[in-house]
Design a protein around this ligand. Sequence first.
Ligand code: B12
Ligand code: SF4
Ligand code: SF4
Length: 329
Amino acid sequence: MSDRTDPLSAAEIKQKALDLGFHKVGIARVADWDDDTAPNQALQRWLDQGHQAEMAWMDNPRRQDIRQVMPGIRSVISFALNYYTPHRHSDDPAIAKISRYGWGRDYHRVIGKKLKAFSLWLEAQSQPDAPVETRYYVDTGPISDKLWAQRAGLGWIAKNSNVITREYGSWVFLSEILTNLDLTPDRPHAQHCGSCTRCLDACPTQAFPDPFVVDANRCIAYHTIENRSAELPEAIAVKLNNWVAGCDICQDVCPWNQRFAQPTDVEDFHPYPDNLAPSLEDLAHLSEADWNRRFPASALRRIKPALWQRNAQANLPKFPPSNESTPLI
Ligand code: B12
Ligand code: SF4
Ligand code: SF4
């Protein structure tokens, strides 16, 4: 237990975050956003229109009121961790494409460890009459990581629906600590998409009904990661362009990403060798044993072997069944 008697400053908190290896940190004061209903209306509209597809867990009322997640909350400390590495996706038609977020070690593990250390440090600053309370999340609770990141000044929610930072582009994972501490907030980040529409135009499945809004029913990332059906919808299958786990197209085409991306110093995010140029044929027959060998401590374990097979097979040319082969003459 610390013997300090002065309250913690925002500057001390930010320095601790940088010491733990986070790349960006910002603070939002919850009370400043009490009257702001627009994001909740946008989320409710998204749900009412069925854009969540089979992700029923998105319809959790606590997602619209952070006070229900942590009674007594005063501030959100928001973090960004850069995961970009300067490797390219292959254009070889026999090679599958895995999106960057899944190339290396599972971000929930990497960031969860940092958040836990931060949280313990923060709680150790408790005073006898002023206990410090914390909860931490890295896409692990009913909280909009992007909304709080924008409010804490880390970056802006862009038309491709990702948060873009000025230092690293959108190649950052977001996470946050909720606390009862009253901290000096940062200014929310302004939006810098302007009249650009590159991401909206590049999406092969027209998954943006409007700028900023993704309809999961039409998104390759949703279908390759979250859809548990035995078959992918035909309209998606024909547009996969070799993607088998997520999709990076609407981020790859973004001029800000081309300008701001910089290699990460987080060794854990460097790609596992098998993830950079996996053969579609191999994945189309992925066994349980191979799945275990290829994806240890990986976020891609969310995609079970049968779903890897489904995703890869959907990318392979369809030949007629062998007993119905086309006659040569
Ligand atoms: C559900 C989900 C998905 C779904 C739905 C995607 C979506 N855009 O909603 C699917 C499976 C498709 C998905 C895909 C991906 N995801 Co995802 N996903 C999430 C999750 C769990 C919730 C997002 C959410 O709340 N969606 C609901 C909709 C309504 O929210 P929204 O689009 O954010 O809309 C809000 C604002 O945009 C705003 N708003 C709405 N309209 C308007 C209009 C204007 C003018 C403005 C200013 C604002 C605004 O209000 C809305 C309500 O809060 C978050 C983690 C988390 N707990 O927050 C990760 C998260 C968003 N995903 C992430 C990633 C990396 C991805 C992928 C890039 C992975 C990949 N390579 O395949 C893709 C990107 C696809 C895309 N273009 O968004 C990261 C994004 C990091 C970043 N820099 O922003 C997150 C934050 C996870 C994390 N902790 O790092 N994802
Ligand atoms: S992730 Fe791919 S499919 Fe989904 S919105 Fe972006 S470009 Fe479209
Ligand atoms: S491509 Fe253009 S519109 Fe899309 S997120 Fe980037 S700057 Fe915004």
